[in-house]
Design a binder for this molecule. Structure first.
Ligand code: HEM
Length: 408
């Protein structure tokens, strides 16, 4: 039985699971993490295996440290079977084409308003500004009306929750405090809605979580309703990671700037997909073997932690020729198989655990990468390094923009 790999996992970051897979002749990692036997898989066939509900369950799979920071306690991520389907339907009811387009439109408007203000400042940090733009847009869209300073505080708290999920240091404690603060605020708001003291817009995320009934016809506990509302708001704010990565990509590969500036929407969408494939964000997803399983002749005993290597799959040369080249063109005029590109999980969002926010992520990025390419600015000397040992990774400087000129 291998030694527990948890310290190595925390140390090696995105390279940890690919390295364990490389050490094994069949590419299946056999290891131990968090005191449990673990099996690490990668590739479309592995993703099909992993997303079969009959094979992998989520209940009890997510460590408490990750729930206390990233997801909260009692969220959709940890449910299985009918409980999962009913809760997931609530998220999907918000992500209609009209709902997604509305959120993208509000984000573009918030960006335009903010960009006019950046012009008056000597320097702005793209990562931080994008988080604020996204928080203002998504809180309005979600029916949570917040004054600007409180939306900005929520932006910083959402970033902290994501930034602190994979460490035991100061970032972890910042994340816990941020989550406690925002859960308490949103739980009070849910109670106000239920008492009739606050009327959110029909069809908004706040209305949906306040009124949702679970598979047993019960309302959500206000704290769990707040957790699920944050599970819409927080990851939308986290699209700021990809906006900062877009700043990095436009600097490293300025040849893509012109097509974006010209407003080529198909190219902007391909650029968004390449950002999600190329840059590091979620390293892997995990669940527990629901029973004794066999994968490609290899036995996986019931209860084993099964990990799907998202970062590894997004850089697999079999799937992505020259995977460390940033080439948006690879996504032009081509359908994407649901088990192939997996930055936000694989399979079907409706029936499985795949992220329900992918359309939002792509629609928002399509708007913002065009705007970023059109933004006249200088890039002063700064640390543009992205360490793959830090999870989640991010450009060290946050992408500092200087002398932003007011957009025409
Ligand atoms: C699930 C990534 C944006 C809401 C997930 C999963 C990943 C992921 C890796 C886990 C899939 C699995 O367990 O198999 C991302 C990334 C995003 C993003 C990298 C970009 C910043 C969003 C947005 C929303 C959202 C914008 C909502 C508006 C959710 C929810 C789940 C989820 C509710 C749980 C789904 C379930 O367990 O059924 N996401 N996501 N995410 N995401 Fe996203």
């Amino acid at each position: 039985m291998p030694l527990d790999n948890t310290p190595l996992m925390l140390l090696e970051g995105y390279g940890w699971l690919p390295a364990r897979r490389r050490e094994s002749p069949d590419g299946v990692a056999r290891t131990r993490v968090l005191g449990r036997r673990a099996t690490g898989l990668c590739g479309p066939e592995a993703a099909r295996f992993f997303y079969d509900e009959d094979h992998v369950h989520r209940h009890g799979a997510i460590p408490g440290l990750v729930q206390s920071t990233l997801f909260g306690h009692g969220p959709v991520h940890t449910l299985d079977g009918a409980d999962h389907r009913v809760r997931k339907a609530m998220f999907l009811s918000l992500m209609t084409p009209g709902g997604v387009a509305d959120l993208a439109r509000r984000t573009a408007a918030a960006w335009d308003e903010a960009a006019a203000e950046w012009a008056g400042r000597p320097r702005v940090v793209l990562f931080d500004e994008a988080a604020r733009v996204l928080a203002r847009a998504v809180t309005d869209w979600a029916g949570v009306q917040l004054p600007r300073d409180e939306a900005d505080e929520l932006a910083a708290d959402c970033v902290a929750m994501v930034d602190g999920f994979a460490t035991l240091g100061a970032r972890h404690w910042r994340a816990r405090r941020a989550r406690a603060r925002q859960e308490a605020r949103l739980a009070r708001l849910v109670e106000d809605v239920r008492r009739g003291a606050f009327h959110p817009a029909e069809g908004s995320a706040l209305a949906a979580v306040a009124r949702h009934r679970d598979a047993h016809g019960e309302r959500l506990d206000p704290r769990v309703a707040a957790v699920e509302l944050l599970n819409v708001i927080r990851p939308t704010v986290a699209v700021c990671w990809f906006v900062a990565y877009a700043g990095h990509a436009l600097h490293r590969w300025p040849e893509h700037r012109e097509r974006l500036r010209a407003g080529d929407e198909a190219f902007a969408e391909a650029f968004a997909h390449e950002l999600r494939r190329f840059y590091p964000f979620a390293p892997f997803v995990g669940g527990r073997a629901a029973r004794d399983l066999t994968y490609g002749g290899y036995q996986i005993p019931a209860g084993t932690l099964v990990l799907l290597d998202l970062y590894g799959q997004n850089h697999d040369p079999e799937l992505w020729p020259d995977p460390y080249a940033f080439r948006p063109e690879r996504f032009l005029g081509r359908a994407i198989d649901p088990y192939e590109l997996v930055p936000q999980g694989g399979g079907e969002a409706r029936t499985g655990h795949r992220c329900p926010g992918e359309d939002v992520t792509v629609a928002v990025l399509r708007e913002l990468v065009i705007r970023l390419a059109r933004l006249e600015h200088d890039l002063p000397p700064q640390d543009l390094g992205i360490s793959l040992r830090r999870v989640p990774a991010r450009p060290a400087s946050g992408i500092v923009l200087a002398d932003v000129r007011a957009p025409a």
